[in-house]
Design a protein around this ligand. Sequence first.
Ligand SMILES: [Zn+2]
Ligand SMILES: [Zn+2]
Length: 606
Amino acid sequence: MAVIARIVPDVTGVDKVFDYLVPESLVSDICVGDRVRVPLHNRNVAGWVLQLGDTTTQFSDVDESRLLSIVKILGKGPSQEVVDLARWAAHMWVGRLRAFFVAATPATLVATLPGSRYTQVATRKKFDVDVQAIDAISAAGVSVLRRGPACSPRSIVLTAASKGAVLVVIPTLNRARLMAASLRESGLSVAVIPQDWAVAAGGVDVVIGARSAIWSSVPLLKSIIVIDEHDDALQEERSPSWHARDIAMERAKKLGIACLLVSPVPSLRALHGASRAVASLDPVTEASHWPQIRLVDRRLDERWSSSMLSSDLIEQLRDHSRRIVCVLNVKGRARLLACGSCRELVRCDVCEAAMTMSATKQLECPRCAHSRPAICVKCGSGKLAVIKAGVSRLREELAAAAGRRVDEVVEISGGETANKDQEIDQTKMLFVGTEAALHRVRDVDTVVFLDIDQEISAPRYRAAEITLALVVHAARLVARKTSGSSNKSEGLVMIQSMLADHALLRGLVSHDLSVFVEEEMSRRKLLQLPPYGALAQVSGTGVDQVADILRSNVLLQVSTTNKEAVLVKSNDWEELANSISDALVTASTRGKKTLRIKTQIDPPRA
Ligand SMILES: [Zn+2]
Ligand SMILES: [Zn+2]
């Protein structure tokens, strides 16, 4: 009998697995997940052990005499549990196994794992526990814990850690490091992923990191916590576009342990997947974790159609003691239409996206393709007006309204990552720019969303949820200021909108988003969008061949977004994944051209 290992090569572009003989000298050491060196196409490459078998069973369909041997074991890789999870994810996200192994593997070679470093039970018993977290971790299943933006999730993590090893995923590595330092002060052993990969695999109380931490190997795992599960940073932007929250839910389910999803604004996916009712603090405490949110109804302002500067905003700008950031996403702005009589914003009656006027003077929805005659649904008037954005002279207008010189207004442009090197003059008091400004200005008193309607009514189906995440970000920025006792001024988030009756905005003001959630859930259900259905974007060379095969499947809806991409919709995620995988296989055996297809499940920006 000889031992055979099935190997995933660590080579870009290679999508296959290969079988190798395990030399006698390595048989007692080799484990599933290990990094190994193997010969492939006349050179030696690295790879991972996906499965182990032997020649006495039908494990390999290649004859033993034709199998090459593994050269050596390089180091430790993901545990069997994580390898199984990766195989599930590769199927659901129609992605290459290699991508998941890379996420689950330490950056440097790890020869042996250190011993475990669990804290004594006596130490862990002394923690202040969060009563709702106790309930959540005492049984398997998904719990949603709603906590305001300024509430630290520290006590939730401590509570979980008091019951055994916990894996914590948080949107940024910086926040992971801060939380780790704070947990160590309580006497816990903490591993920060990626640098402490081996320590985590050896066994500690808390393993914490950004999205890839969900792939870390953690022995004796008792619970998983995803902090700010609504945050888009938890989704991998490249393909396969896995989301740490979805991986966490499946990992906990496979292990039969608790998964705690924490957020000020729980996502529809989380609410849909939860096993029990949302746990929140009492309304007074929850409200204390939010800064003041003031809604400015632009319809009440005389200059609504020509200027972004409402009288409320002008009053705010004149208070020179406050540091103010005005947010306006200029890129990709749509020309919003409103009723000239009643000032109602023109939106799609099916999906609520802002509608545009077609050449034939019909109103068209860029999100769901619904169209209707160009009249106001509220008052029946046919007099529709384009709202002038007034972006070009905005900086001058702001300066004039604030009674400041133009050079005292700092303009911040670009996306989240663009011109990061541009030095921001933090001594200034007034800033205007894209949402990037929220990441770059410090010590802010007021954030003003000049035109939130652009965000809420954007063509993306998740536009409303993305808007919520943006407001949470602003709330954290000004809440930090509130907590400092030295400063008397209170943080404020000001939201200017023509949709002041929108359930999302009313919910933000009252800290109760239940009406919004209910409306949004029924809309998603109606349109068969996640969490009720699954959506994938298929793109790349040869996409038309794949699209043709997918179109013949009656269980799918296929729509073309542009020349290179199609959107595929199904009411079942697994069904969608199976169909796309099958179509890729069929197309590659049928076609003459080489396929270079990219599949994004639940594409972040669709
Ligand atoms: Zn009207
Ligand atoms: Zn629509």
